[in-house]
Design a protein around this ligand. Structure first.
Ligand code: ATP
Length: 363
């Protein structure tokens, strides 16, 4: 296993930098996702890591060894890395067993050892009953498992995955996220996983690197990224959120346009007197029709909004509301339990714990 260090890593296509002075330290045995919108540079970073591309600036180290820089490029086959692509890329003319055995044959292991390793790996990915089938006789999820088994069986130092689940249907994708995490816990191979799907990153990763325009804008555990986004971009990219614009008065108070003051979680490095944004997740707002309950909440230090239900959508496991706040001239999105039912036009109060009102900067 190995640590991976990216320093000032830069890759340009023409004048535009697809990866722009990117720094990242990945621990031995850690699972890190590169998460971001289309075109933010995730795949380019992964291709740089794999050695398919050479950087224009900066370097990549595995342990202490420089594997990529403008002057050095260790070829992909000498990096002891396995890469898995969107398109599985399993060989159609080989059985499941032969696909998984292929990399071990290249390493010139003897037949008995190959069979032992392949059989163990097929058991781990639950494919042992299908060892004799050809990929054309497998479902998409089973083919993706073959790709995983083939990548893991050679015991690489580093595993690189590029949107490996995007060709699967929604149910299978969800199941395979857990599968990938389970296999990671089994093998603890240092892993870099590219995705634009936040749920996938949250299930699989120890840490998530959110990318924007070729750079990492926030790096942290799934909880940190979701609960404590540092910028508006991160808050809006990871999950649904309400963003309220206001003026920071002191470390913990934001004035909205209409005189309403919000108590907020203290933010880092934001100066009073500046325009800021407050991120409130829809599920952290609590609705009540009762003025007494609303006042009691305010008495306990909660932020209180007064509004009117504009729209309700029932999702089975939740009611999703748009609540209009006439005084602030804005709408709040609120996710409430399925048993809490309000009709359009009904007056309600929305309460928010200051701990869940997170200050974020513009960039
Ligand atoms: P997606 O999620 O759509 O795959 P991504 O985050 O992986 O996006 P990259 O594929 O790394 O993004 O691309 C980053 C930027 O570099 C994009 O603007 C893309 O158009 C550009 N780019 C990538 N590869 C090339 C290439 N071979 N030649 C020119 N431009 C490229």
């Amino acid at each position: 296993m190995a640590t991976v260090t990216l320093r000032e890593l830069t890759k340009k296509f023409g004048a535009a930098a697809a990866v722009d002075r990117l720094d990242l330290d990945i621990g031995d045995g850690e699972f890190v996702s590169l998460l971001g919108p289309s075109g933010c540079g995730k795949t380019t970073t992964l291709r740089l890591l794999a050695g398919f591309l050479q950087p224009d600036g900066g370097e990549i180290r595995v342990g202490q060894k420089v594997v990529s820089s403008p002057a050095v490029l260790i070829p992909p086959e000498r990096r002891n890395m396995s890469m898995i692509f969107q398109s599985y890329a399993v060989w159609p003319h080989m059985t499941v067993f032969q696909n998984v055995a292929y990399g071990l044959k290249l390493k010139k292991l003897d037949g008995g050892e190959i069979a032992k390793k392949v059989e163990r790996m097929l058991r781990l990915v639950h494919l042992d009953p299908l060892a004799g089938r050809y990929p054309g006789e497998l479902s998409g999820g089973q083919q993706q498992r073959v790709a995983l088994a083939r990548a893991l069986v050679v015991e690489p130092e580093i595993l690189l995955l590029d949107e490996p689940l995007s060709n699967l249907d929604a149910n299978l994708r969800e199941e395979m996220r857990f599968e990938i995490r389970r296999l990671h816990e089994e093998f603890r191979i240092t892993t870099v996983y590219v995705t634009h799907d936040q749920a996938e990153a949250m299930v699989t990763s120890d840490r998530i690197a959110v990318m924007h325009q070729g750079r990492i804008v926030q790096l942290g555990s799934p909880e940190e990224i979701f609960d404590r986004p540092k910028t508006r971009f991160v808050a809006e990219f990871i999950g649904k959120t309400n963003i309220l614009r206001g003026m920071l008065e002191s470390g913990r108070s934001v004035a909205l346009g209409d005189g309403l003051k919000l108590r907020v979680l203290a933010g880092d490095g934001l100066a009073p007197g500046k325009e800021v944004f407050v991120c409130i997740r829809p599920h952290s707002l609590r609705l009540t029709p009762s003025a007494a309950e609303a006042e009691a909440g305010r008495g306990k230090g909660m932020n209180l909004f007064q509004g009117v239900i504009q729209r309700r959508v029932y999702f089975g496991d939740a009611n999703d509301y748009i609540v209009e706040l006439p005084a602030q001239r804005l709408n709040l999105r609120v996710v409430a339990p399925p048993t809490q039912k309000y009709e359009a036009g009904q007056k309600v109060f929305a309460l928010a714990d200051p701990e869940q009102c997170v200050l974020v900067g513009e960039e």
